[in-house]
Design a binder for this molecule. Structure first.
Ligand code: XLS
Ligand code: NI
Ligand code: NI
Length: 436
């Protein structure tokens, strides 16, 4: 039975590029085959519970703008929220969702009560997943909102907070497994510092390493088949966060011997905050073999914080999906809309329209990316650029068969004078422009 929250509305359908219906897809056509796979199976869209159903519309200067019938922090509110959430997943035809423990249940008086409340809601999710076919892309724990986590979770100076965080992650992994979640995400919202004056960097980093190692051990002990993902972000809410970017996370994983156990969930806005582009982070994760999943959104390029807007820059998204496809596409990962409405977008329909627009832009990006891959539009020129390395002598330099002095001798003997060649950046940019 419908909650009536979205009014009298039918499931969103694909109507093609010429449709002017704001409640229809113009590009996202789940069954359309792109590069040998259904669009739905490529993109693996997920709706983020927190932004769409838990966030009240506040900003640093003002509080709640949204009025939602489930906002009272009660179990009754939590149950209604679950009804509306699954209604929206179904209306959109979104195959997945993601949630934090704190998004779905009101905090209890103590750990055990919070856990019981979570179990009750997870029982509802389990039933709804069966009824609707909607699946859990990933579960996660909110280790940043409650004041107990203000100085960090795993990296807290107080071992009791470390313990509380460990118990929380164990619980959230358990429910993620129960719901057949395909990944488990750790975003270190408070794992960083506000000032070095009160922070022992070395100790905190080691605490984080131990914590993650225990999570990985536990995952194997319970036979959780999904991937463990770390979500890099350089700052906000703390001044500096330890999971700064993909490169930093990789160094951290190497340090603790976890580079084959943990992958990354890369968010567009976080890449921008780190001073990178989204495609830089994706390409690097591919190069390091740790690509897992994406949080799709966009940041305002002027405001300098994590604005989590719905994506709408198709050329940028085409390059992002280009790297996703070049890396072989998603395995356990997917496209999670870690995006929220602007706080003036008050209407229930705004929630649908925002996701429709985001999904359509992703579909356009994917289609452009697939054609670039198929035509070898970029990989062809790239191969050509490095073709010199196919010669026997070039290979010998890299395979350890030559010493520095051997190479020096050859340069003199063969009178080697490198001839600079064009990097052809504009040529390549013009190629991309043909596809987007
Ligand atoms: C916040 C993060 C958060 C994670 C999940 O900036 O993006 O939403 O995705 O904890
Ligand atoms: Ni995120
Ligand atoms: Ni974010």
């Amino acid at each position: 039975m419908s909650t009536g929250f979205f009014g009298d509305i039918k499931p969103i359908k694909y109507e093609g590029p010429d449709s002017t219906n704001p409640l229809a897809y113009r590009f996202y056509n789940p069954d359309e085959v792109v590069a040998g796979k259904r669009m739905e199976d490529h993109l693996r869209f997920a709706v983020a519970y927190w932004h769409s159903f838990a966030w009240p519309g506040g900003d640093p200067f003002g509080g709640q703008t949204f009025e939602r019938p489930w906002f009272a922090e009660t179990m009754e509110g939590a149950r209604l929220k679950a009804d509306v959430a699954f209604e929206m997943f179904t209306l959109l035809g979104a195959p997945y969702y993601c949630f934090h423990d704190a998004d779905v249940r009101p905090e209890g008086a103590n750990f055990s009560e919070s856990a019981e409340r979570l179990d009750e809601i997870v029982g509802i999710f389990e039933k709804k997943q069966k009824e609707t076919g909607v699946k859990l892309l990933w579960g996660t724990a909110n280790l940043f909102s409650n004041r107990r986590f203000m100085a960090g979770a795993a990296t807290n100076p107080d071992p009791d907070v470390f313990a509380y965080a460990a118990a929380t992650v164990k619980k959230c992994l358990d429910v993620t497994q129960r719901l057949k979640g395909e990944n488990y995400v750790l975003w270190g919202g408070r794992e960083g510092y506000e000032t070095l004056l009160n922070t022992d960097l070395k100790r905190e980093r080691e605490q984080a390493g131990r914590f993650l190692s225990m999570v990985v051990d536990y995952k194997h002990r319970i036979g959780f088949k999904g991937a463990i993902l770390i979500e890099p972000k350089p700052q906000e809410p703390t001044k500096h966060q330890y999971d700064y970017d993909v490169a930093t996370v990789y160094g951290f994983l190497k340090d603790f011997g976890l580079e084959n156990e943990v992958k990354v969930n890369i968010e567009q806005g976080h890449a921008i905050l780190a001073g990178h582009s989204f495609e830089h982070e994706l390409a690097l994760a591919n190069a390091l073999g740790i690509f897992g999943s994406i949080d799709m959104n966009r940041n305002d390029y002027q405001s300098g914080w994590d604005t989590d807007q719905f994506p709408n820059n198709v050329p940028e998204m085409a390059l992002a999906y280009y790297h996703v496809l070049e890396g072989g596409g998603f395995e356990t990962g997917g496209t999670n809309f870690d995006a929220k409405l602007r706080r003036q977008s008050l209407d229930p329909q705004d929630l649908l329209i925002a996701h429709i627009g985001g999904m359509d832009c992703c579909a356009r990006g994917l289609k452009a990316a697939a054609r670039m891959v198929e035509d070898k539009a970029l990989s062809g020129p790239l191969e050509e650029r490095y073709a010199g390395w196919n010669s026997a002598e070039a290979k010998a330099m890299l395979s350890g068969q030559r010493k520095l002095e051997d190479i020096a001798e050859r340069v003199v003997k063969e009178k080697i004078e490198p001839r600079p060649r064009s990097g052809r950046q504009e040529f390549l940019e013009n190629i991309v422009n043909r596809y987007v």
